[in-house]
Ligand binder design. Structure first.
Ligand SMILES: [Zn+2]
Length: 281
């Protein structure tokens, strides 16, 4: 069973939801960054020296609306690779949110591990998991995945997670600077994928950013030049990463990273001249 963790951002509620997680060797996760380079950052690894890869989504409750940011692995992910079977829906229920409550499903990008719970059910009888929601996708992102040509292996399972949403006329294509309401809006952070966005929350004088895959691990606050090999444009993704981390630290904004070990939320702080991440308590 996964976990959830609630914080307030002004008047908005932000809830981290754990779908699943894995542990892996840290060497090679970031392109060209082998085990030795992690030595100064041992504190970000488990006691066994392993790296935790969380799969997490976020609920935002703002101005009477319930928004789900990213939909995790989904029910068809192979549980043998995972520390627990994907449990986003149970965790939502534990947090007091039903699938009917979700008004908007927002995506940072359309990789398979961010779209998995769009639908449930067997092939041939797929249902939209969030029947009352509009599913909001950046046009640039959808265009990329629908354009002809070979795509990387982490593409969305189109027939399972996108086609049913499109057929039900529940998918809205939006621009880069989309605003969901007066408190929640997209912040373009391209590079990991062409249409990748983060989501900013501004409420009651407080701020937060849901990073998506602009930042995969807390160690990147100290090493913003580290990028995973699956970033499609590492120069662009590194620019986006530096931009949003600079902005968040300046604004003292809460940071939420779905691939950060649970509870996946904290602050950018500078200690002894080096930026690092401090988890919420
Ligand atoms: Zn991801």
């Amino acid at each position: 069973m996964g976990n959830f963790h609630k914080v307030m951002v002004g008047d908005a509620e932000l809830i981290a939801l754990q779908d699943s997680w894995v542990v892996r060797q840290p060497g090679g996760f970031f392109a060209g960054v082998e085990r030795d380079a992690w030595e100064p950052y041992r504190h970000w690894l488990t006691a066994d020296g392993l790296l935790i890869q969380n799969y997490g989504s976020f609920i935002i409750r703002s101005d009477g609306q319930t928004m789900l940011v990213d939909t995790g692995l989904g029910e068809t992910a192979d549980p043998s690779d995972l520390q627990q079977a994907p449990s986003l829906l149970e965790v939502m229920q534990d947090a007091g949110i039903s699938t009917d409550d979700v008004d908007l499903v927002l995506f940072t990008h359309l990789h398979w591990d961010h779209t998995g719970w769009n639908t449930v059910g067997p092939e041939g009888n797929l249902q939209l998991t969030f029947p009352n929601a509009r599913y909001i996708v950046q046009k640039k992102e959808l265009d990329y995945w629908l354009s002809p040509g070979d795509k990387p292996a982490n593409r969305p399972a189109f027939d399972r997670v996108l086609a049913p949403v499109i057929e039900a006329k529940r998918l809205d294509m939006v621009g880069d600077e989309y605003a969901a309401n007066r408190e929640v809006s997209a912040v373009p952070t391209p590079g990991h994928t062409p249409g990748h966005v983060s989501f900013g929350i501004v409420s009651g004088g407080e701020r937060a950013y849901i990073l998506g895959d602009t930042v995969h691990k807390p160690v990147q606050l100290s090493e913003p030049g580290w990028y995973p090999g699956f970033d499609l444009d590492p120069i662009e993704s590194t620019k986006s990463r530096r931009m949003i981390l600079d902005r968040a630290e300046r604004e003292n904004a809460l940071l939420a990273g779905g691939h950060f070990a649970f509870p996946s939320m904290g602050y950018a702080v500078t200690v002894d001249g080096q930026r690092t991440f401090r988890y919420v308590s």
